[in-house]
Ligand binder design. Structure first.
Ligand code: AKG
Ligand code: FE2
Length: 325
């Protein structure tokens, strides 16, 4: 498992967090600029691990930092029941670490159509959530690569845990293409590289149209032949019937076969390599008591995969949707 236990650095991490502005959303550009400076002061073990992951990734396709100093549960506000968070909400420790670690990796990015274009997302269960939404709970949130259909797809999805579900059943699953590709025959791999396939988009990107259909086209595998990048979504990717469809079915099975799971617990921060993995979340049971599962999420762009086309991008920018075609 790609885990770094940072318990030994708790005091130093708390001290870094305390140097950030107390109200992140009041001036988020400034907050993330300060985080960038603090990202140069991380314990060497932490910065080195983040830099290595950023440069070459790893087999598992994720990095888990465990043992961060989260607030005691009774000091945390109640788990949110609406989004986005109030602009005046004071900084939480796990939000601070998302800022600093994220700035070590790249640029925090808001997606205009998603969560009112906010950069920090609260991930919490919500009654009656759409089945593709991160607000689901009692149902499996199926494998998806975050915004695989978006021209400026984030390089990393970062999830930081302030509260686990009461029963500790929710497991975040990651399927890594570096592992899965070894289970596929050469013909299947070649087919997966061959053509873009029709892909639907998440509800937020449908422009208010109930079912715009597959408005994007995505290659299941692309990039270097010896180290493929992955564009896979179990619900949204609609490969053409025939060889493409059959190859995607084999890819799907291979991803299941190599899947690893993480039970996120308070003080965990998970960094998912969104170009080399697909992720999911298993069902759990909320109690609606203000103490339900609560994650914080940010998306990071880097210049590794052409996600920073102008060179003038800033951490905290909000960008609009162009589908991959
Ligand atoms: O709840 C989780 O563990 C993951 C949810 C998810 O896929 C996301 O927030 O992007
Ligand atoms: Fe996700």
């Amino acid at each position: 498992m790609a885990t770094l236990d940072v318990t030994a650095h708790r005091e130093q991490m708390l001290s870094l967090a305390s140097k950030l502005p107390a109200v992140p959303r009041q001036d988020l550009y400034h907050f993330l600029d300060v985080a960038h400076k603090l990202a140069q002061e991380l314990p060497y073990e932490v910065s080195d691990t983040l830099d290595a992951f950023n440069q070459v990734g790893n087999e598992d396709g994720y990095l888990l930092l465990r043992g961060l100093p989260v607030e005691a549960d009774e000091e945390l506000p109640p788990t949110p029941t609406s989004t986005p968070a109030p602009v005046g909400r004071p900084r939480l420790n796990m939000e601070a670490f998302l800022a600093v670690f994220g700035r070590r990796l790249g640029l925090h990015t808001g997606y205009a159509e998603l969560r009112s274009g906010t950069v920090y997302h609260d991930v919490y269960p919500s009654p009656g959530a759409h089945h593709l939404s991160s607000e689901t709970s009692e149902t499996l949130l199926e494998f998806h690569t975050e915004m695989a259909y978006h021209m400026l797809q984030p390089n990393y999805v970062m999830l930081a845990c302030s509260r686990a579900d009461h029963d500790r059943r929710a497991r975040t699953l990651v399927g890594s293409i570096r592992k899965a590709v070894r289970l596929l025959d050469d013909g299947t791999v070649a087919t997966l590289y061959e053509n873009k396939q029709p892909c639907e988009v998440d509800v937020a990107f449908r422009g208010g149209v109930e079912d715009p259909g597959a408005i994007a086209r995505v290659k299941p595998l692309y990039g270097p032949q010896d180290d493929p990048l992955l564009g896979y979504d179990r619900e949204l990717l609609k490969p053409e019937p025939g060889p493409a469809d059959e190859a995607v079915a084999k890819l799907s099975q291979a991803l299941d076969d190599v899947t690893e799971g993480v039970f996120l617990t308070p003080g965990d921060l998970l960094i998912i390599d969104n170009f080399r993995t697909t992720h999911a979340r298993t069902p759990f049971t909320p109690r609606w008591d203000g103490r339900d599962r609560w994650l914080h999420r940010v998306y990071i762009r880097t210049n590794s995969h052409g996600q920073l086309p102008t060179g003038g991008e800033r951490a905290g920018d909000v960008i609009t949707f162009t589908p991959r075609r």
